[in-house]
Design a binder for this molecule. Structure first.
Ligand code: ATP
Length: 252
């Protein structure tokens, strides 16, 4: 299985009737089981790329294929930047929502409880979203994407709003879940250390709409100690340099 974007372009017309090109001729390929991070300055179009892959937005040109089939709404699991947990539903009912709409998806309450336990939320199965902290809601929101049963998961800055310690915990369990389930993950982040620690490959979306690929040559499984390794530090510096070159380009 692979996910392929072929010459994808997306533009919208603003209130002054001008065309804004958000994505232009984007080519990208992600293999089964890969963990790929998408980075880039704010406004370069990262979230738009994920929305195009989900089918929530439709490209103006090009093709998006999974296993050689054009993607349509519901083909991938998606965790948006802002969690969309339904406030009137309990946590367990929120994470099981996909199984209510997909007849072929067999997720029992027992399965759901097992996963809630794994992410430390079993005590909250009957709580409402407003009773949970930000980190807990993110975990619930992640389980909801996981429980779509899809092989491809798109995660848009899932840990962006968390404190450093909670973020570290969430990264560790995300890696363990990814390894156990052989999911394909595209992960947006502004945290370059996080991108380096989690990914097989990093894709940097430039302001001029081109995509640059950076391979992460660190062994798996990743261990927290690696964050301070020479390789990781130099990769982070390389990424910082690339991004700050972008910022300078904007000034001239
Ligand atoms: N349909 C649309 N209508 C109006 N503006 C749009 C539309 N689609 C995209 N944009 C604009 O396109 C740009 C790219 O947005 P996008 O959210 O994809 O960027 P991003 O790289 O994910 O940013 P961030 O890192 O800040 O989340 C933004 O300026 C956004 O406002």
């Amino acid at each position: 299985m692979s996910l392929i974007l072929k010459n994808v372009s997306y533009s919208f017309t603003n209130e002054n009737d001008q065309k804004n090109h958000v994505i232009s001729n984007l080519n990208m390929e992600v293999q089964t089981g890969e963990f790929v991070s998408l980075i880039g300055k704010s406004g370069t179009g990262k979230s738009t790329v994920l929305k195009l892959i989900t089918g929530l937005l439709k490209e103006n040109h090009g093709q998006i294929l999974i296993n050689n089939q054009e993607v349509s709404l519901g083909d991938v699991g998606y965790m948006p930047q802002k969690d969309l947990l339904l406030p009137w539903r309990t946590i367990i009912d929120n994470i099981m929502i996909a199984s209510e709409f997909q007849k072929d998806l067999h997720i029992s309450k027992e399965d759901a409880r097992k996963w809630l336990d794994r992410v430390g939320l079993l005590k909250y199965e009957n709580a409402l979203p407003k009773q949970l902290s930000g980190g807990m809601r993110q975990r619930a929101s992640f389980l909801r994407a996981l429980f779509t049963g899809k092989d491809v998961l798109l995660l848009d800055e899932p840990f962006g709003a968390l404190d450093a310690l909670t973020k570290r915990e969430m990264q560790t369990w995300l890696l363990s879940i990814w390894q156990d389930l052989n999911k394909t993950i595209i992960f947006i982040t502004h945290d370059l250390e996080e991108a380096a620690y989690l990914s097989d490959r990093i894709l940097l979306l430039h302001q001029n709409k081109t995509l640059e690929e950076i391979k992460v040559e660190l062994p798996r499984p990743r261990k927290l100690g690696m964050i301070h390794s020479k390789e990781m530090v130099s990769l982070r510096q390389e990424l910082e340099k690339k991004i700050s070159n972008e910022a300078n380009k904007k000034l001239v």
